[in-house]
Each structure stands twice: as C-alpha cells, then as structure tokens.
Design a protein around this ligand. Sequence first.
Ligand code: GLC
Ligand code: MG
Length: 424
Amino acid sequence: MDRLNNPARLMIVSDLDHTMVDHHDSENLSLLRFNALWEANYRHDSLLVFSTGRSPTLYKQLRKEKPMLTPDITIMSVGTEITYGNSMVPDNGWVQFLNQKWDKNIVMEETRKFPELKLQSETEQRPHKVSFYVDKDKARDVMRALSEQLEKRGLDVKIIYSGGMDLDILPQGAGKGQALAYLLKKFKAEGKLPNNTLVCGDSGNDAELFSIPDVYGVMVSNAQEELLQWHAENAKNNPKIIHATERCASGIIQAIGQFSLGPNTSPRDLKCSSECKMEDTNPGHEIVKFYLFYERWRRAEVENSDQSLEKLKAVCYPSGVFIHPSGVERPLHDCISAMKNCYGNKRKGLRVWVDRVSSAQISSDTWLVKFDKWELSGEEWQCCRTTVILRSRAASLSDGFTWMHVHQTWLEGSGAKNQTNWLF
Ligand code: GLC
Ligand code: MG
C-alpha cells in the first residue's frame, strides 16, 4: 500500500485463471507481453492487484507454473483474503469485517443436505469461503433452495457460480467486488485514490468487479457465458465496460488502449529497441529492453552480428563491473564479449522477464535500479535479485542510459547455484 507516495496512475485489478493467465497458451506469450508492458511503463507509478478465486495454496502453486509478476495486492479466495506486497501481509481489518453474520458450521450443516453439491478440495475451504462443484443444469435450483435455507438459519450469505462448475458460499460482505470497494475506500481515506482503475475478468465471480462505480472493465474475449449473461442483464449500457476481441492478458492490453489509460504497446511487440517512443524511456523501460534483447540473442531471434554487441558495449561504462552471484567480479565489457558464445544456445524455449522493478534517483543523473530477473528454460526456473546503476547519458532522459554497474545474487530458493557462465 505504501510503495507509492502519490495516487496510482492506473490500478489494474485482474482475475488470474483465463484472464491474466491463459491456460491454452503454453508459451505464455500474452502474459509475457503484459509483464513487459507493466514493468517498462507502469510499475513505477501504478498498482497491480490480482483477484483470484484460488486459495493461498493454489495461488502459490500457479505462481510456480506460470511466469506471473508479483502484484502489489493479492485478493484470494473470491475476495475473502487480502494481502499486501511480496511478503503477503494479511489485512486483518478485512477478516474482522467478514466475521459478521457468518457461521461456517451452519453452512457446512445445511449444504450437507444437498446431494448435488460435491465438496471441493480441502485447500479451497477457507475461513470465509465454502466451495463445491455442481452441474450446470442444477446450479440455479440449488442456489435458490440453499439461499432460502441459509436465510432461515439467520445467515446473510452470497452464493456465486463460476466457470460453469464452481459454487462458492461467502459472507454477504465478501466477494471480489466488495474487496475492491474496501480497498478503494482505504485509498480514498489516505488521499491516494487511483486516477484510473481497470478491472479484468472472465467468469461469474468477476461480475461484481464490474459493478463498482467509476471503474473501467474488460471482459476478455474468452469470457464465460455466465459473465456475459450477467453483463447483458445488468451493465449493457455502461460504456466503460468492453468485451475484448483478444484473449486473456492481450485483452487487458487491448482495454488499456481502448480506454486511453496509458501506453499500450508492449516492448515485446517491438522488433528492435529503436522503435521505442521517447516518452517511454525510464529506468524500467531500459531494463526491460535490455533483457528482451538478451532473450532474443540467446533464442537467435536477432541477427548474430558483432555490431549488436558493440552497440551493447557502447551503453556499458568502460570500467563498469558485473558481480556474479558467485561473488566473482568481471568487467562489463568482457561479459558482453562473452555473449558471442551463447548466441542461439537457448534457441528452444528460453524466456526472460523482469519483476518488481524499482528505481531510486540517487543523484542528478544516476539511478539505482533493483529487480528480479527470471529465466525459464524447459522445466528450469532461475531468479537473480539484480541491482543496476544507470546513468543518463545527457540532460534529457530520452538520450538513454549508461550501465555503470550490475550486481546479482541468487534469489532464496531459486536454485541454479552451480551456474558459472557470465551471462546477465
Ligand atoms: C477457484 C477456486 C475455487 C472456486 C473457483 C470459483 O478455482 O480454487 O475454490 O470455487 O475459483 O470462484
Ligand atoms: Mg477466471
């Protein structure tokens, strides 16, 4: 919450499965496009919020399977659990609020009387969420009868049907929409209401997000029937909500463009860095651009020319050094020369992305930039916490940066300790 001193320029609140994450895109291209756009243009002044139906257990599992960024805020278990930052500090005020008119034991007792309901796995049963599977054709009737039953027992609950199979029971005050309203209220009290908010979703439990006043919304092209139907019945005339023509994260990028919420060209969509617009140049952009070249070089997607390496050398300070995670130091220029030997060495399947880019201006022309650099190759994931000192080459930022110093350490638990090459 406190990472930004000013109101966020843009706050994106996105569902994960089939919205941010496309489970039919084994290459994760749309997610990687979004990641590059976010770290290059938004991370420094905007907020990323993930809002998922998954419990913390399944959310953490997804993060190990897909190249996802670290959000500023994570809303899990269908808006019943809110945590902040990389260390996921829980919002206890939200927990207390949800305790009102909620008794999980009564919910368990009543739902047992419905043979149509099949309990989901233990990990998905949470303090303020009880979840089942139910067939599509039975969902409506079961929901009606169940809600009558629970009302009779004095409970005020919300029953949500998603993905044509999942049925969640939550306290009435919970849900993705209520959790977002709670956050907006908190931001407002601090004088930090985001300038724009964009909500993104594909299924039933996302519908509430679209009914929060003043937000922009995108239903991705692959949205489920139940969300489209909700939209047709409740929000058809709201010009701030679109049904994208593109799937998942690409649909989110499409909405950023359509609503003019800020830059909407992912660095991954540009063939070479010279296509970048001047106004996009900031330390985050420089880092994203560099690692994109590095990925393309190792995948042999750029031309194998000495000239390219010379160009890279030209942006490195002649006496700058690279400190390898092993602790050994080497001149930056030597590291660039060593790249010659790794052209195309990960032709198949290497992906490189950066996460959590943050920069601090430490003098009139110098920035200290920190980020996580991830490499995914086959089944192997590697992450280095990286610190770079960048110096702007002229008075104006748009003239680009000189890389003065690079220092990497292995991120705890990310393995690959025996890697000895000199790559970045
Ligand atoms: C996720 C959760 C599940 C929930 C569903 C719909 O898949 O794991 O428990 O029912 O989202 O909200
Ligand atoms: Mg979804």
